[in-house]
Design a binder for this molecule. Structure first.
Ligand SMILES: Cc1ncc(COP(=O)(O)O)c(C=O)c1O
Length: 462
């Protein structure tokens, strides 16, 4: 079959299995594109839950807050769509640039440290059981020294964990259901969803695509992706992520100084997510604690996931400074310690050996190598969309490129790109109503996949 014969409308579900297939665009931007249909690698997908037929029902009521959540967490929903796409095109070479999972191997120096600790567990001398819930002291010391030197953060302010996402939920348990929260809009979905699950919100309001009682701080190109704090209502907790997922933007020192002042004026607590701080190229703060006074109002959570390929290993940390107090003067860190001791039994000792290796000189060099690799991917993606005339944001300080499709629905753009190029992206609206009209393209991918995806984008939008 010739390529021209294989040309089909994008609304058609026809599939040309063996060789390649073409699409004609519905939109003005997208063009006909030819994509090789070849299978490589394994596509891991989260299966959509099967509706189970059951005769028996317990007498336990469903947590009503769970019922408020919308149509599945964003990334399982994307995985479901990818799965459906793969069923439709079983031979397609799908390129995942959506979920933001790392793809490159853990540097050998770091993996060896974990292997060594794992093997030591098979000996009497090397075996260890439960460790301290807060994390092993050498790792806490190394985190304080590497990321917070001269910032007044000490080893006992740091709680080592199994990842930033888990800590976000543990922080919500700490705060309790009567708190109000603010989030950047768009933002990483775990802040909103954990808030809903805790019962901090009202129902989802379809007309505005927001949950009642959450303060959505709009972050768009118009305000340089930093919220207008003069029109932001007071909340107890302010989740703030910089460099931001998904927009890739990083707040400047002046902006973070404003944020800390805003929190102080309102007696709020900032939960600052710095999971991408090491991706920063510009001279912006890497930590909220670089801002004077932040220790009175802020908690910081971070992670080895995107620095060393630890998304599967699981290792992160949260800083709760001893200077942070509740309205009655009680130290927040004492309650967080209690939560950690109750809800968590400490990060894996093997993962902690890896974390410690990450922060040794050779490990730091290796981590920087991994980050630089993804930053080169980011450059390739940015260059591609820039050359096609799109307005492109992010990228410089984060492994995410935020591409604007003005006037279009994010899910439509996501679906069109998947259908026509077999590349999985993430629809911006999945991160909040402020993400509508954007897609996020992740730089986490093998180089040849990123290059191939970009060449398909070029064919689609040239
Ligand atoms: C902003 C942000 N915070 C936290 C996480 C989760 O990190 P972890 O793997 O440590 O749970 C992610 C993962 O994508 C993220 O983007």
């Amino acid at each position: 079959m010739s390529l021209s014969q294989a040309s089909i409308s994008s609304s058609s579900s026809a599939f040309f299995a063996q060789s390649s297939f073409n699409f004609k665009s519905r939109t003005s931007r997208a063009r006909s594109v030819s994509v090789p249909a070849k299978t490589i690698g394994v596509c891991k997908c989260v299966a959509a839950p099967q509706a189970e037929k059951t005769e028996y029902k317990t007498q336990v009521n469903r947590n009503a807050n769970m019922g408020k959540l919308q149509a599945g967490y964003l990334f399982p929903e994307i995985a479901r769509r990818r799965n459906a796409h793969l069923q439709k095109y079983p031979d397609a070479k799908i390129i995942p640039l959506g979920i933001g999972d790392t793809t490159e191997p853990i540097p050998e120096y770091i993996a060896s440290a974990m292997a060594k600790r794992a093997l030591a567990m098979s000996t009497l001398e090397g075996y260890s059981g439960y460790g301290p819930e807060q994390g092993e002291k050498p790792l806490r010391v190394a985190i304080a020294k590497t990321f917070y030197e001269n910032l007044g953060i000490e080893e006992d302010d740091i709680f080592v964990s199994d990842g930033a996402k888990c800590d976000i939920s543990r922080l919500q348990v700490l705060f309790g259901e009567d708190k109000t929260i603010a989030v950047q809009d768009p933002s990483y979905p775990a802040y909103v969803d954990s808030s809903v699950i805790m019962g901090q919100t009202g129902q989802y309001q379809k007309s505005v695509e927001k949950f009642a009682k959450i303060e959505y701080m709009r972050c768009t190109p118009d305000n340089g992706f930093f919220p207008d704090l003069s029109s932001t209502s007071r909340t107890d907790i302010i989740f703030f992520c910089s460099p931001n997922n998904p927009t890739g933007s990083a707040a400047t020192r002046e902006q973070l100084t404003q944020l800390v002042k805003f929190a102080k004026d309102n007696g709020s607590i900032i939960v600052y997510d710095s999971a991408y701080a090491m991706y920063m190229s510009d001279d912006n703060p890497r930590s909220i604690f670089e801002i004077p006074g932040a220790k009175d109002v802020a908690i910081e959570t971070s992670s080895f996931s995107k620095y060393a390929g630890f998304t599967g290993v699981r290792l992160g940390w949260t800083v709760v400074p001893k200077q942070l107090h509740y309205s009655d003067g009680f130290p927040v860190t004492k309650d967080f310690n209690r939560i950690v001791c109750t809800c968590f039994n400490g990060a894996s000792t093997i993962a902690q050996a890896g974390g410690l290796a990450c922060l040794e000189p050779e490990g730091l060099k290796a981590m920087q190598g991994v980050i630089n690799f993804y930053k080169e991917n980011t450059d390739i993606i940015m260059e591609t969309f820039n050359s096609l005339g799109f307005k492109v944001y992010g990228g410089t300080n984060a492994p995410y490129v935020w591409v604007h499709f003005p006037g279009q629905s994010s899910w439509d753009v996501f679906a069109e790109i998947l259908e026509k190029t077999h590349v999985v992206t993430t629809p911006g609206s999945g991160f909040g109503p402020g993400g509508e009209g954007f897609i996020r393209v992740s730089a986490f991918g093998h180089r040849d996949n990123v290059v191939e995806a970009c060449s398909r984008f070029k064919q689609l939008y040239k």
